[in-house]
Design a protein around this ligand. Structure first.
Ligand SMILES: NC(=O)c1ccc[n+]([C@@H]2O[C@H](COP(=O)([O-])OP(=O)(O)OC[C@H]3O[C@@H](n4cnc5c(N)ncnc54)[C@H](O)[C@@H]3O)[C@@H](O)[C@H]2O)c1
Length: 457
């Protein structure tokens, strides 16, 4: 099928590339000229495992191309995806301006299409309930061609996006006509391994499914973060609790890891949006409010713990931050916990050094020269009073910890992702503070005349 994808960010580019790889002819439209130049040269503008090579393969095969004209892209398209951003406004409501602009562009471009031309317009972006219905009535008012509107929210995870798209747990299709479902069934056919994978429903159900999924996943993380506080207070281990409840088939193991809090372009904004979607029908969503509050507190608590356990004042201490991306395997820093943590550290007048394997350039846009940027994690830790681990890059686990320990001012690690190995920490003489797990509090070597409590807990 001929497909156009408007917006080639994380979701649009993965959608365009993966649809090309299953046999469709896809034209991507991107308005950001810097991104577009990279795409046209065959360079992937984001870091996402497996995406660059698949994209280059599909460009070379003639299945995938990029441009900046909606009109050109949709000329022959049967299906047009809108995959532009729907970021949060400062008050947490959804900024719909990109989607509205893209919708208008599609509508204008369709003015030239023959009247018997059937086109399926798919909203892939995450949008509040009622958006697909509004788009449908807007197009009906402003366009003379035959069209149908489909809601097709995306559930991919950054870091495993290509795989998630090509092997979906489910494909959610919201629509109001059997023909719309038939078109989407044909589009996704190679990915539909059983009929349970292809779920059809009305527009509003599909729109709310996306928010419900993200709020549920965020809630699981926030719940475990609350439990981690009890673990610290009672000497329990949150990892044992995770295994203890995750093995219950009614609960399942996913998204039960405690840590410094969730981030990313989706969970925080979608949880906030759900709060507003609820408020707009006069309902105060207490559950969603608690998720947000717990997540905010978790980041603050992490820095308070650094301050309490550092063994010296935070002011003028050097804290090495390992990990800036909101999770491993991405360069995405949107709503990353590292942003708040670094901000609190700077407010406490600490000196902050930072390292990440992919996200350093993005984070420099926020903190500039307030932070010292170091390309190597060992060098980043050298001379520091503590390391704070904020992204679970697996590479951090295989660092030469003997060298790290020997070159730090004091060997203290606050593990905000519970991703380092306790035995390795003990063997290398670290004071080690994971989240919701027993700490290792061994005597510190004295370098600056500061002393902290001895004895391992
Ligand atoms: N990132 C994720 O993990 C993820 C997962 C599921 C759903 N979503 C949802 O998908 C949507 C897109 O998210 P994203 O992360 O890909 O955003 P993004 O910001 O990475 O990408 C959006 C792209 O659209 C482009 N754009 C904006 N207006 C345009 C226009 N009129 N014509 C052409 N291009 C235009 C922007 O330049 C940008 O490159 C959002 O609604 C988001 O909530 C994101």
């Amino acid at each position: 099928m001929d497909v156009a994808v408007i917006g080639c960010g994380y979701v649009g580019l993965v959608t365009a590339t993966c649809l090309a790889s299953i046999g469709h002819t896809v034209r991507g439209v991107e308005k950001d000229q810097r991104k577009l130049a990279k795409l046209r040269e065959g360079h992937c503008p984001i870091f996402e495992p497996g995406l660059a090579s698949l994209m280059q393969e599909q460009i070379a095969a003639g299945n995938l191309s990029f441009g900046d004209s909606v009109r050109e892209a949709i000329q022959e398209a049967e299906v047009v995806f809108l995959a532009v951003g729907t970021p949060p406004k400062p008050d947490g409501t959804v900024d719909m301006s990109f989607l509205e602009a893209a919708g208008r562009e599609v509508c204008d471009a369709l003015a030239d299409a023959p009247p018997d031309y059937l086109i399926t317009i798919v909203i892939k972006s995450t949008v509040p309930a009622g958006t697909n219905r509004k788009l449908y009535y807007y197009l009906r008012q402003h366009s003379t061609i035959e069209f149908q509107v489909v809601s097709n929210p995306e559930f991919l995870k950054e870091g495993s996006a290509v795989n998630d798209f090509l092997e979906p747990d489910r494909i959610v299709i919201g629509g109001e006509s059997p023909e719309a479902f038939r078109v989407m069934r044909r589009l996704y056919d190679p990915l539909i391994t059983s009929e349970d994978v292809f779920l059809t429903m009305n527009w509003e159900s599909a729109e709310l499914t996306k928010y419900a999924a993200n709020a549920m996943l965020a809630a699981r993380i926030s719940f475990m973060n609350e439990m981690s506080i009890l673990c610290d207070a009672y000497g329990a281990d949150i990892e044992d609790i995770r295994k203890g409840i995750g093995s219950d088939s009614r609960i399942g193991p996913a998204f039960l890891r405690a840590g410094v809090g969730f981030g990313g372009s989706c969970f925080p904004k979608d949880v906030a949006a759900l709060q507003h979607i609820s408020a707009s029908v006069g309902h105060e969503n207490l559950f969603v409010g608690a998720i947000q509050r717990i997540n905010g507190e978790q980041k603050r608590r992490f820095v308070e713990r650094i301050s309490a356990k550092l063994g010296r004042p935070l002011k003028d201490a050097t804290i090495a931050v390992w990990g800036l991306a909101f999770k491993a395997d991405t360069d995405d820093i949107r709503e990353s916990p590292a942003i708040d943590v670094i901000r609190y550290l700077l407010e406490g007048e600490a000196r902050v050094r930072a390292h990440d394997y992919k996200a350093m350039e993005n984070m420099k846009q926020i903190f500039g020269d307030q932070v010292e940027w170091v390309n190597d994690p060992v060098a980043c830790a050298a001379g520091a009073d503590a390391v704070a681990v904020l992204t679970d890059w697996p590479q951090y686990n295989t660092l030469p910890f003997r060298k790290v320990s020997a070159t730090m001012n004091q060997p203290v690690i606050f593990d905000g992702r519970n991703c380092l190995q306790r035995d390795v920490m003990r063997e290398n003489g670290f004071q080690y503070y994971p989240i919701g797990r027993p700490a290792l509090e061994s005597p510190l070597r004295l370098r600056n005349g500061y002393r902290v409590a001895a004895a391992e807990k």
